[in-house]
Design a protein around this ligand. Structure first.
Ligand code: GDP
Ligand code: MG
Length: 358
């Protein structure tokens, strides 16, 4: 299974000083193969030209990497796009990437001017001075964009801590107060050991399980610290980070523990359910009463009355799990995914068979 947090794939981005150091080391290590029969001044000329060219080459390649290895912000899955906006700020990030990119032309200009001077210089001391001057001016440009590089590095770190979900495979998100049995469900239905990931604003680890339905892979996410307490206790940014889940969650399972063994009253759980419902008006929401093995019957009857149509489950025994998952997967609507794939394939083959129609 490939993990699709696009930010974890970015190679290391160097700070301004690291880039300068790197290029400096590379350029001073340039070996001189020029013939000893050349005059000293010519040997110096070749060496200084090569050093400057090497220095510029490595500076530019490191700056270029910082920009080009960064995922295209306009092509991010909306889940990552929304979180990048909340956590980092897309405009600021684009501006930083643009600023780093725009360092290249002035670096080329400085290099070319000083290479010209090196070709014309007649004194080897003058040549060294010219090369040093060029490196100094190029280094100033790199230092001038240091804060942009720092911003890009930090953005990368922040974003790469997000869960590496496969945004296009159907996703079920579990909500409900702590200890109602969400992790138990995720573990029960997952084919492999669930993955552990981060989500902003919670110190707890998000658990992502995988299951396979037919040949379609489905993921199920337990969300400790996210959809497990009242929204009123949250700040705006947390709410936005939660809202980003709407781009990911094809269906939400809201779990209630009517036995109240979890430590939360039934009515509190009902209120959280209503909040989640308000927060995700477009996502199908399934309710499940868990721990019915330890729920006194009159309490269970009351819960059934308040939540008619709710699923019932004993997650630790796996009872009711299959029925819940079947319904959830029906809501995920694998057929509509399949239909859109079929439509696309049909469209492509139609175009191929009729090339005039373009
Ligand atoms: N009796 C009973 N206990 C359960 C059931 N499901 C989960 N538990 C227990 O409830 C506790 C909390 O479960 P957990 O999955 O960690 O809850 P989470 O915080 O919502 O992820 C654990 O001790 C589970 O063993 C159930 O169906 N019946
Ligand atoms: Mg849990």
């Amino acid at each position: 299974m490939q993990w699709l947090n696009p930010f974890t794939k970015i190679p290391t981005i160097l700070t301004a000083e690291e880039i300068i150091d790197f290029a400096q080391k590379k350029s001073t290590r340039v070996s001189m193969k020029s013939s000893l029969r050349l005059k000293r001044v010519e040997r110096t000329r070749i060496r200084e030209i090569t050093r400057l060219q090497e220095f510029t080459k490595h500076i530019k390649s490191k700056l270029k990497e910082a920009v080009e290895d960064f995922p295209s912000l306009d092509h991010l899955h909306p889940f990552y796009h929304e979180l990048a906006e909340i956590l980092v700020g897309i405009d600021r990030l684009k501006q930083a990437l643009g600023a780093v990119y725009n360092c290249t032309p002035p670096i080329d200009d400085i290099t070319n001017n000083h290479l010209e001077a090196l070709k014309l210089a007649e004194d080897f001391r003058q040549m060294k001075k010219t090369r040093r001057a060029a490196k100094g001016r190029i280094s100033s440009i790199v230092r001038g964009t240091a804060s942009n590089l720092d911003f890009i590095i930090e953005a990368k770190q922040t974003m790469s801590r997000l869960p590496g979900v496969t945004p296009n495979s159907p996703t079920i998100v579990c909500a409900g107060f702590p200890n109602v049995g969400k992790s138990t469900l995720v573990k029960a239905v997952s084919t492999a050991e669930p993955e552990i990931a981060h989500y902003p604003f919670t110190t707890k680890k998000v658990i992502i399980g995988h299951l396979t339905v037919g040949n379609q892979s489905v993921q199920i996410i337990d969300t400790p610290g996210i959809l497990d307490r009242p929204m009123s206790e949250r700040n705006e940014i947390e709410k936005q980070a939660i809202a980003a889940l709407k781009y990911l969650a094809h269906v939400i399972i809201f779990m209630i523990d009517p036995s109240e063994a979890c430590g939360w009253g039934f009515d509190d759980q009902l209120n959280l359910y209503k909040e989640v419902q308000r927060m995700f008006p477009l996502n199908p929401l399934l309710v499940v009463l868990n721990k019915i093995d330890i729920t006194p019957s009159e309490q269970l009857e009351l819960a059934r009355k308040k939540m008619p149509g709710a699923h019932e489950m004993i997650a630790i025994e796996g009872k009711g799990v299959q029925e819940l998952m079947n319904d959830a997967l029906e809501e995920v609507d694998l057929t509509s995914l399949q239909e859109s794939v079929d439509e696309f394939v049909a469209l492509v083959s139609q175009r191929e068979s009729d090339p005039s129609d373009s």
